[in-house]
Design a protein around this ligand. Structure first.
Ligand code: AMP
Length: 217
């Protein structure tokens, strides 16, 4: 792939498939900005932004926030100068209405779909621990050195408020009903690269680079 080719990469997959982690690794590898819609929505709530009270109940229930809000955040993000050369977008579009919006503003050049069984997704999410600094751990597979404490910043580790069994079920159901329709449409357009997300982080990263024709240096 020519370096000058514009890359607008979208990463989709069920919750727990490692979208955020893989988006960050790709961002580092390609020198392109990565943004995550879930992260942007959480940040809007944390900083008590103008849509905070509208967003919060949806985040807690694990359902999609109204499309107009996520589309507005996307438009704002895509106006920033750092995305001029391309971007890696995690978790958007998750519904056909969102797909129509991003296709009209900045159509993806590649769609990476991380595949993971519901069973494994649930196991990963229920054991997930997050730190305020952004580090992510798993109680069984990637525990911190000291229980409950982040190795990086020393802060307290917590479960995400939407990593409850009920919210996880809700989020997976939305993925199967709404996001898979988006994937089918991108597949018909020849943009989709399916990746097995059950492996370790470096294995999945290498598979993504290979699928996109990008060699690891
Ligand atoms: P995530 O961090 O990707 O697991 O997303 C966390 C939550 O943010 C989801 O359960 C939704 O409530 C919300 N969210 C993330 N992406 C979107 C989106 N594209 N559209 C609407 N809501 C979203």
């Amino acid at each position: 792939m020519a370096v000058s080719e514009m890359l607008r990469i979208v990463i989709l997959g069920p919750q727990g498939s490692g979208k955020g982690t893989q988006a960050e690794l790709l961002s580092f590898h390609l020198g392109l900005p990565a943004f995550t819609m879930g992260g942007m929505l959480r940040e809007e709530v944390t900083r008590n932004g103008s849509h905070a009270s509208e967003i919060k109940p949806y985040l807690e229930a694990g359902t999609l926030v109204p499309h107009w809000i996520s589309i507005e955040l996307l438009r704002k993000r895509l106006r920033a100068p750092d995305v001029v050369r391309g971007f890696i977008c995690d978790g958007f579009p998750r519904a056909v209405e969102q797909q129509e919006a991003i296709d009209a503003i900045a159509p993806p050049t590649h769609v990476v779909v991380l595949q993971l069984s519901d069973e494994l997704a649930v196991e990963r999410l229920t054991g997930r621990l997050v730190s305020a600094c952004g580090e992510v751990y798993h109680v069984k597979w990637f525990p911190p050195k000291r229980p409950g404490i982040c190795d990086s910043c020393g802060g307290k580790l917590e479960h995400r408020t939407d990593d409850t069994p009920q919210a996880i079920r809700e989020r997976l159901s939305i993925y199967h009903h709404e996001t898979e329709e988006v994937i089918r449409r991108y597949e018909a357009a020849g943009l989709v690269h399916y990746i097995d997300a059950s492996g370790t982080v470096p294995v999945v990263h290498a598979a993504i680079l290979e699928a996109l024709g990008l060699r690891k240096t």
